[in-house]
Ligand binder design. Structure first.
Ligand SMILES: Nc1ncnc2c1ncn2[C@@H]1O[C@H](COP(=O)(O)OP(=O)(O)OP(=O)(O)O)[C@@H](O)[C@H]1O
Ligand SMILES: [Mg+2]
Length: 253
């Protein structure tokens, strides 16, 4: 449990305990624990190949885990029905590493696509245009509604991918390296946008990043993933001040 008193009365929206995942001889997660509290932004850092993306995939059921428990908004992922899993997938939005748009679809069609996939929640809505426009406005790209992905810059594509996540009205957003591949100015814009979305929609977020500036700006709390476990936890300032060489390695780079 975090020592910080601001978390004492907060409810976790995600709890992971003892998560283990091995691929062949490669033990990637060795008993990873995590709590994500309501309304917070939790940054997870770890070396390339340390299992951050695998952890996120286990969390949303895209990868099976070997041991451990995952509870999302009060539901044990081991015991959910197909219908419940579909509902959870609308409540937990994720922005994948790379997050490609469908090249043959316009921006509008890209944004409508997830609504069609989740008919149980959104099937009754006859005109989705107001929803498309609202999320486009949230990412500052209402004018791009009829463009094709090839007409967008890298930063614009990332914004549209974020709008596509937002259109399902998630309560939790998982960001896997949201600024990778972008120049420093565009990265900064995306990080500012993530913060404004956090405020506008009151989401709880997990942000996986190598970007120390992003972590400093956006994190309420951080976890360092080393050797398959949550090696260190705390605020950016607490971890930055740590004398532990394994912790310091993250902040020097
Ligand atoms: N489907 C898979 N089959 C076999 N090994 C896998 C699979 N997915 C991931 N791995 C291995 O698990 C380890 C962790 O991968 P993961 O993608 O989670 O790293 P990461 O921390 O996200 O790294 P990066 O910062 O580069 O994105 C790597 O050694 C990777 O090769
Ligand atoms: Mg990764």
């Amino acid at each position: 449990m975090p020592k910080n008193p601001i978390y004492e009365n907060r409810k976790p929206v995600i709890t992971i305990r003892g998560l283990k995942k091995t691929f062949g001889q490669n033990a990637v997660l060795n008993g990873f624990d995590m709590d994500l509290y309501e309304g917070e932004t939790l940054v997870i850092m770890g070396k390339s190949g340390s299992g951050k993306s695998v952890m996120i995939k286990c969390l949303i059921g895209l990868e099976t885990h070997d041991a451990g428990t995952i509870n999302i908004m009060g539901r044990d992922m081991e015991n959910v029905s197909e219908d419940e899993l579909r509902d959870i997938r609308t409540e937990v939005g994720f922005l994948f590493q790379g997050s490609a748009l469908y090249d043959s679809m316009t921006v509008r069609e890209n944004l409508e696509f997830p609504l069609r996939r989740h008919k149980r929640k959104f099937g009754g809505i006859s005109d989705t245009t107001p929803m498309v426009i609202e999320v486009l406005e949230s990412v500052g790209l209402a004018h791009a509604i009829d463009l094709m992905p090839e007409e967008l810059s890298g930063g614009m594509k990332r914004r549209i991918a974020l709008a596509r996540t937002l259109i399902l009205r998630p309560r939790i957003i998982l960001y896997d390296e949201p600024t990778t591949g972008l120049d420093p100015i565009t990265s900064k814009e995306i990080v500012l946008l993530m913060k404004s979305i956090q405020q506008k929609y009151s989401t709880s977020s997990i942000v996986i990043t190598h970007d120390v500036d992003c972590a400093r700006f956006i994190s309420d709390r951080m976890i360092l993933l080393v050797d398959g476990v949550n090696y260190a936890e705390g605020t950016f300032a607490e971890l930055d001040a740590s004398a532990d060489p394994k912790v310091q390695a993250f902040f020097k780079s």
